[in-house]
Design a protein around this ligand. Structure first.
Ligand code: DLL
Length: 432
């Protein structure tokens, strides 16, 4: 078991002292090594000396996804590229991905963080653990993988897709734990049933789910269908990847790994800090990261913080589940999707009008989405083959940007509803 009792059950005052010391060091490091942060701090008239304790964090500037985009690809790295040993990336608001870089020490901390999460779920060396998050630029697969190895459990590097193979290997390899998105877990449960198998044929005891929002009802359904305990894991690539917070056996909020990240909740409009218990935007400052330290990164995830003691004994504060986002990012099958990405594909195609609608739903527990788009009058045709050609072109472009396969529905000009205020481009029918 990797369970850092000192850091996880620290007295609150000691934790504040540790965070203050690490915050001071981080601010000093970014001021001297990151032109981006030096400029930002100088424009606010700040020097590292102004940050003495965690109480001074409010003086620091925020960082946003736009800052990462504007400084693509490496502009926020605080070490020379020669010290970066791994890159990951996730979708940004434009075609440009958000790039993150890790030093060897960052990777070692990340693995330990995940090993700590896994211990909190009751996982140990004795477990056989299937990682069914995507391996690749997404942080889910490799991030979890090295955490499982660090813990000493046996990792099955399954990645996503090929559900029938997943089911076979889960059963044949005697997997006791697995990690994937909660919607995939439900899909898997259903596929097991459709294959005429029983969950009794499996040794699964627990599942670690995250990368997209999910509800208590989904937890109940997953637990009942797969006969396992289902736990939440939260994270985002900008801050590290999976493992920024995790549930414990109490399944009542996710403990934030506070010795590495300082959380804040801010009002979505005024951006002023809110007290524990109040809902707002979740903001993180990394306090040990070398490759890409971030000050007050606004995740846009909406939740609240819980500082009441947890019966598990950990004193690290908890975050509630995420109940939405304050920007327009959608998470479809774990992939971050900005409507603007689809919009720019549509605008590139001369056959199409700039009017579209994205309809997201959950069918058989899997996210599906349809893109409805108006075809220009001069291209609209009764000839099936012409319309099919346009559909294919849009689908291929979307697949190459997002790796997802939406249904495309072409409609006649001026048939999609126009709005008088802000254009509405998304209908999300998923019940989250
Ligand atoms: O989704 C990292 C991750 C991988 C977390 C595997 C957990 C498991 P990104 O692709 O950068 O990173 O997306 C981050 O996903 O800001 C949230 O909006 C959402 N998200 C992640 N975990 C949860 C969760 C990974 N447990 C964005 N509940 C975040 C709700 C989540 N939303």
């Amino acid at each position: 078991m990797i369970w850092n009792r000192t850091k996880e059950c620290m007295d609150r005052e000691q934790m504040r002292a540790l965070q203050s010391e690490r915050l001071r060091k981080t601010v000093d490091r970014v001021y001297h090594n990151s032109p981006f942060y030096r400029d930002k701090m100088q424009s606010l008239g700040l020097t590292p000396d102004d940050i003495q304790s965690i109480d001074d964090i409010v003086k620091l500037p925020f960082t946003t996804k736009d800052d990462l985009r504007d400084n693509y690809p490496y502009g926020l790295f605080a070490v020379p590229i020669s010290q970066i040993v791994r890159l990951h990336a996730s979708s940004g608001t434009t075609g440009l991905p958000t790039v993150v870089g890790y030093t060897r020490k960052d990777l070692s901390i990340w693995s330990e963080m995940i090993a700590r999460c896994l211990s909190a779920y009751g996982t140990s060396e004795a477990d056989i653990f299937s990682v069914a998050y995507g391996y690749g630029l997404f942080t889910g697969g490799l991030g979890m993988h090295y955490g499982v190895e660090k813990l000493g459990a046996t990792v099955i590097p399954m990645s996503t897709g090929n559900t029938s193979k997943q089911i076979q290997l889960l059963r044949d390899f005697g997997a006791t734990s697995m990690a994937c998105t909660p919607s995939y877990a439900l899909y898997l449960a259903e596929s097991i049933e459709n294959a005429g198998l029983s969950v009794d044929d499996f040794k699964l005891k627990r599942g670690i789910f995250g990368a997209e929002p999910w509800t208590e009802n989904m937890r109940k359904e997953i637990e009942a269908k797969l006969n396992i305990d289902a736990y939440n894991i939260y994270g985002l690539s900008e801050i590290m990847g999976p493992g920024v917070s995790h549930e414990c056996e109490c399944k009542n909020g996710s403990h934030i790994i506070e010795d590495h990240f300082i959380p804040e909740i801010v009002d979505p409009i005024t951006k002023l800090p809110l007290p524990y218990g109040e809902k707002g935007e979740l903001v993180f400052t990394t306090i040990t990261k070398e490759g890409m330290p971030l000050l007050r990164y606004n995740t846009k995830d909406l939740c609240y913080l819980i500082d009441e003691p947890c019966p598990c004994g950990r004193t690290n504060i908890r975050m509630s589940s995420i109940y939405g986002r304050s920007d327009d990012m959608l998470i479809i099958r774990g992939v971050n999707v900005f409507p603007t990405q689809i919009e720019s594909i549509i605008l590139e195609m001369q056959e199409l009008e700039a009017h579209y609608m994205i309809i997201v739903d959950r069918v058989n527990n899997l996210d599906v989405f349809e893109v409805q788009v108006e075809v220009k009058a001069e291209y609209f045709s009764d000839e099936m083959s012409k319309m099919v050609g346009i559909k294919k072109k849009i689908a291929q472009k979307i697949h190459s940007v997002l790796g997802l396969n939406p249904t495309i529905k072409l409609v006649e000009p001026r048939t999609l509803e126009r709005s008088e205020g802000k254009a509405k481009h998304v209908i999300d029918n998923r019940k989250l």
